[in-house]
Write a protein that binds this ligand. Structure first.
Ligand code: KG4
Ligand code: ZN
Length: 374
């Protein structure tokens, strides 16, 4: 088969078990049409279970994957109205991620591809995240999206600068085409999402911390605390967020000693949350805009769980638009930013490289550098 039309995707890299059916609505190459349509995108998350422990416990996440994989797969086919016979190919997250979780998806996909005799496409989870920006054929009432940053029927055009901001990664990538990209830089320590999560934990807010900080920040003053903007002026495209977390820990300790946290605990949390969000998003937005200027690209796309952050979205639009004429910014709707199988399946439509199911191995250490242009 040259180009499949309908793909069943499977994503199990961490604490979400997801299966999705996506399709190219018209015939021809994806590039020639308007994007990818989601027919189903079922996500079972063990995040609330993990929340009890303040983070993901790998063995427990893997056990939850095992419990969820069959019902999630069944539901995704049922919602799409397809059986295994009807799909053209399978796509699965090969890595990176937690090995126990990855194995559940990879081994399931290998079995299904073999039994159904369908091609199997392994997808790098990090690359996959970006394809949330290509799912631009909407079903009525399907996704909450901003028409400016996720326009119906308009897919990103190359060259485009991509910022991946997730729980484990902060990466700047220059895409020249599908599968052809240059890795510009990434975090040297904590990822942006990890920084949100760790700061939330310091504030006794539940896991995952990003949405919690974002919610608390709505009523806070972003200038209330002075926090560092690490590596803002460094001569590279790398990031570092661990110092920010340490600065937050020091503020909490000092404030406790001075009794500030007890006086107005709500206000303290809201102000500190707003200041944290402002510092993280400042660094992300300013460096990304500088990179776009430096590489002379007019298109920028965000991806990953932190891309669901509203402050990040409004700031990148304002800052990049003020510095780059006619810039176009793509940001997926929140439910497509966080882990789901629809973007894994969409990525496979644009990067269709099937492998022999018997030889496919989950790879917890897969990186964007593995396939980057030299
Ligand atoms: O992409 P993702 O679902 O999983 C990984 O591949 O890591 O990203 C999860 C991360 C978590 O760190 C979570 O706190 C963060 O995304 N996140 C947010 C928001 N929603 C999720 N961070 C900031 N603001 C949000 N609204
Ligand atoms: Zn992810």
């Amino acid at each position: 088969m040259n180009q499949p039309k309908i793909i069943l995707g499977i994503e199990t890299s961490c604490d979400e078990t997801s299966a999705a059916v996506v399709e190219i609505p018209t015939s021809g190459k994806p590039l020639a049409d308007k994007g990818v349509k989601i027919l189903s995108n079922v996500v079972a998350s063990s995040a609330s279970l993990q929340a009890k422990y303040g983070g993901v416990i790998p063995e427990q996440a893997a056990r939850e994957q095992l419990k969820s994989i069959i019902p999630v797969l069944q539901e995704s086919l049922q919602v799409a109205g397809y059986s295994g016979e009807d799909i053209d190919a399978l796509a699965v997250t090969q890595g990176p991620g937690l090995i126990g979780s990855l194995l559940v998806g990879v081994e399931t996909a290998k079995v299904l591809a073999t039994v159904w005799n369908k091609p199997l496409v392994p997808i790098n989870h990090l690359l996959g995240h970006f394809y949330a920006n290509w799912m631009t054929v909407h079903l009525p009432g399907e996704i909450q999206h901003n028409p400016n940053t996720h326009p119906e029927g308009v897919t990103p055009a190359f060259p485009i600068l991509g910022l991946l901001v997730s729980g484990g990664h902060t990466d700047l990538v220059l895409f020249k085409d599908h599968g052809k990209y240059q890795y510009l830089g990434g975090t040297r320590d904590d990822a942006a999402g990890e920084c949100f999560d760790k700061c939330a934990r310091l504030l006794n807010l539940p896991y995952p911390g990003g949405p919690q900080i974002s919610q608390a920040a709505e009523k806070g003053n972003p200038q209330a605390f002075s926090l560092p903007r690490p590596m803002l002026d460094s001569e590279d495209w790398d990031f570092s967020f661990s110092g920010l977390k340490t600065a937050v820990a020091n503020i909490i300790t000092d404030s406790k000693q001075q009794g500030v946290t007890q006086k107005r605990p709500e206000q303290f949390i809201q102000d500190l949350a707003a200041s944290i969000q402002e510092a993280i998003t400042d660094v992300l937005v300013i460096k990304t805009t500088k990179a776009a200027q430096s590489y002379k690209v007019k298109q920028i796309m965000l991806a990953g769980g932190v891309a669901a952050n509203r402050r990040l979205a409004e700031k990148i639009v304002t800052v990049a638009s003020s510095k780059i004429g006619n810039v176009k910014i793509f940001i997926p709707p929140a439910n497509l930013c966080t882990d789901n199988a629809a973007y894994i399946a969409a990525a496979a439509l644009y990067n269709y490289h099937p492998v022999d199911p018997l030889t496919l191995q989950a790879n917890p250490n897969l990186s964007l550098l593995t396939a980057a242009l030299k």
